[in-house]
Design a protein. Structure first.
Lengths: 105, 227
């Protein structure tokens, strides 16, 4: 788990370690906000024979890799990105997953 | 001296020349200001015109907010300077936090390009000052993300403070409370989805937008005199 953290050549890395995290951000409409794309797809599914499908919501998925000293720092950086740019808090909610990237080779 | 109107140009803006031409026809002087600039060059009023700033990437207006010129725009607005966002310009002003709420995809998921009837529902803004309350204007709309939305508290505030300046007579896009345009508290910042510059000459099929642009130029001229 900590393999990535102990990687790196020079002495300074022990004090300024940087870990790479992949963030997967799901941006969806806030509950109650009209989602015309979801509604259209929901209406289309029965035409293909899929009945009983409800609550179709369409959002977007954003992936990015961020370097940070640790998981907490990475999370707070990505949360700040979400609040300031990646999602619009007036109409959207976001969900965030972080995966630590372990260097290979 | 005629009022000077800065018309902002982002990569993807496409209505700047229409706005500039309409402002000049009404006796104003226009100045195209590119988004990388940091000064509005002493403009008395600012228009954020329509188009697809930064390709509408991520969300409409989301990236334009970070353009260097927006700091000067926010400063101009905070000092009471007239600022109007038309269509994509409206989307940019909401993303920049200069107006509340957001613009969402049209309810019917169709890009709408048609002339609609709008009712002037407040004359307390720089854009509607010279219009008659309750008058109906035939104005073109041209958008995919034009359905205004905000939370209930914001809507209550907009209504109580008489800040809904234009409403659709026949709501084309699912906009909350038929909202076509709103103003900030002071009335100097306005955003609207219809394009008054495209209804500024009888040749264009309607000149109902003239009263709106003339209001803006009037506010700009007042400011020029005061300065």
């Amino acid at each position: 788990m900590n393999a990535a953290r102990s990687e790196g050549g020079d002495e300074g890395d022990r004090y300024h370690r940087r870990v790479r995290y992949e963030a997967r951000i799901e941006v969806t409409h806030l509950p109650g906000v009209l989602d015309p794309q979801g509604a259209t797809v929901e209406r289309a599914l029965p035409a293909l024979g899929y009945s009983g499908v409800t609550d179709v919501r369409i959002g977007k998925c954003i992936r990015l890799v961020v370097e940070a000293p640790d998981r907490e720092a990475a999370r707070s950086q990505v949360e700040s990105m979400c609040e300031r740019l990646l999602a619009n808090p007036v109409i959207e909610a976001y969900d965030l997953e972080l995966t630590e990237l372990v260097p290979t080779g | 001296m005629s009022a000077r109107v800065a018309v902002l140009v982002f990569p993807g803006t496409n209505c700047e020349l229409d706005v500039a031409a309409a402002a000049e026809r009404l006796g104003g002087a226009s100045d195209l200001v590119f988004h990388t600039e940091t000064s509005l060059r002493g403009a008395d009023a600012v228009v954020v015109p329509g188009g697809f700033a930064h390709g509408d990437y991520l969300r409409t207006g989301a990236l334009a907010r970070f353009s260097p010129v927006m700091a000067a725009v926010a400063e101009h607005a905070a000092a009471g300077g007239p600022l109007v966002g038309i269509c994509n310009g409206f989307q940019i002003l909401t993303e920049a936090g200069l107006l509340p709420g957001a613009l969402q995809k049209n309810a019917g998921l169709k890009f709408l390009c048609q002339t609609v009837t709008c009712r002037v529902t407040s004359t307390g803004s720089v854009l509607t000052k010279q219009a008659e309350l309750g008058s109906e204007l035939r104005l073109p709309i041209n958008h995919f993300e034009g359905a205004y939305i905000c939370d209930q508290a914001t809507l209550d505030e907009l209504r109580a403070e008489d800040r809904v300046v234009l409403r659709y007579a026949d709501n084309p896009n699912g906009s909350l409370d038929d909202i076509a345009g709103i103003a900030n508290q002071a009335g100097n910042v306005v955003g609207l989805m219809p394009h008054p510059e495209r209804a500024s000459d009888p040749l264009l099929g309607s000149d109902d937008g003239v009263v709106l642009l003339a209001s803006l130029l009037g506010a700009a001229a007042d400011r020029a005199v005061a300065a």
